[in-house]
Design a protein around this ligand. Structure first.
Ligand code: CTP
Length: 407
């Protein structure tokens, strides 16, 4: 891992037309917080130059048999450095070599020396892809624990239509980092119980109108998904969102802040970690009515909405926290992001605040998020990354705090 906790990815680029897409794969990995180093086969350099990768990674690129010999034994140095080896695109030829342990250049030698998780993303002509030899090689790789990304179907550079396309670079990067998370975090939260609040709350004015907050629920759902992948039992207390709940989570659907508090308090009694990602409405109408208010007859009630303060779910859990329980909150801010998060950390009794700059619509509804983790030990700015990756970064800190408190 890099000092900021990002994964170190060795990107192996082999010689087919999809090699140009490896540049986009590299950028997608970097956007997700990864540090990337590149190895290329000699034939890959016919499609895209090493100078491009060198400029984008700021590191030497291993090419062919000897390449950029800055390291005395470059293929071993790369294999030891990498948390993940991603071969994208992977030709039929290189898949065959990897399956049979042939190490005749730096890339295939590094692959043979790697003890980290390996993913290959095959890209080739449809008949080459479907050939019995290729399929047998890919099956052999799978058998040995290599993750093989299914090629996409569509129009191929050779003019044929069928399976053999490299999936979209964003999808390749996402799949590679998901593999790494799955393999490295193993099940460090097995036997632990994690409570997540997510989505908005909806506070009724009458039968059709309500007061609410902007929230897609994506961040909370990503935390629930990540906690499940790490072996935790997850209770997801969720306001109304348009998301499929992660499989295996115990979902408690709620509408109002009062309902969310009741569900969260009940689950917190047996939880090790609470992550409060919900955008709880701070205020609710004092006297909601069950029928629909009508223009004319109810003008007075419609024109003046009396509001009362909602309970603070995070602060309530922060106050109720027993030794050994870890509470995480979010601070969505437009100004003085870190200072406000530090204030909320203390005021709400949280162990960690995930501070978000939400000015100019940042964060809301997006799949990526740029956050600063604020705790008693200081503020740690993280690069922009997928909400799922941020979820793991948050759970890394929570798992460490659990470990520290159980010592
Ligand atoms: N939160 C909560 N219950 C509330 C309000 C907020 O549980 N009634 C939690 C949120 O889930 C989040 C954290 O508190 O984890 C901070 O929410 P935020 O809206 O940023 O802060 P507020 O306390 O509402 O403060 P302000 O609106 O002044 O920024």
């Amino acid at each position: 891992m890099t000092p900021s906790g990002g994964p170190q990815v060795a990107l192996a680029v082999t010689g087919c037309i999809a090699a140009y897409k490896a540049v986009e794969v590299l950028r997608a990995l970097q956007r997700r917080g990864a540090e990337v180093r590149v190895a290329m086969t000699r034939s890959a350099t016919e499609f895209v130059g090493p100078a491009t990768f060198r400029a984008l990674t700021g590191a030497p690129v291993m090419v062919g048999e000897f390449g950029d010999p800055l390291e005395p034994i470059p293929h071993i140095a790369l294999a030891e450095w990498a948390d993940l080896l991603l071969v994208a695109p992977c030709t039929a030829n290189v898949a065959a070599k990897l399956a049979h342990g042939i190490a005749d250049d730096l890339l295939t030698s590094a692959a043979l020396a790697c003890t980290c998780p390996v993913m290959v993303a095959p890209a080739m002509n449809v008949h080459m892809y479907e050939a019995a030899a290729t399929q047998a090689n890919l099956a052999l790789l799978r058998q040995r624990g290599v993750a093989v990304l299914e090629a996409d179907s569509g129009y191929l550079a050779c003019g044929e239509v069928g399976a053999g396309r490299l999936p979209e670079p964003e999808a390749v990067a996402e799949a590679a980092l998901a593999l790494l998370r799955e393999r490295t975090h193993a099940r460090d939260l097995a036997g632990r119980s994690v409570l997540v609040t997510a989505g908005p709350t909806v506070e009724p004015i009458d039968a059709v109108r309500f007061v609410s907050n902007r929230s897609s629920g994506k961040m909370g759902y990503a935390v629930a998904e990540a906690a499940l992948a790490r072996g935790a039992e997850v209770t997801l207390v969720s306001g109304p969102v348009a998301l499929e709940p992660p499989r295996g989570a115990r979902v408690v659907p709620v509408a109002t802040a009062v309902e969310m508090l009741a569900a969260a308090e009940a689950a917190f009694a047996t939880a090790d970690v609470a992550v409060c990602a919900a955008a709880v409405a701070d205020l609710r109408p004092a006297r909601p009515v069950a029928r629909k208010l009508k223009k004319g007859a109810d003008d007075a009630a419609l024109a003046t909405l009396e509001l009362v303060e909602n309970p603070d779910v995070l602060a309530t859990l922060g106050r109720a926290k027993a030794p050994g329980q870890v509470v995480v909150g979010f601070a969505a801010e437009t100004d003085d992001v870190v200072a406000n998060a530090e204030r909320k950390l203390a005021a709400k009794g949280a162990d960690l605040m995930v501070a978000n700059d939400v000015s100019e619509g940042r964060a809301f509804g997006r799949d990526e998020n740029e956050a600063t983790l604020v705790s008693a030990t200081g503020a740690e700015p993280l690069p922009s990354m997928a909400k799922r990756a941020l979820a793991d970064a948050i759970l890394d800190r929570a798992a460490a705090a659990l470990g520290a408190s159980s010592c």
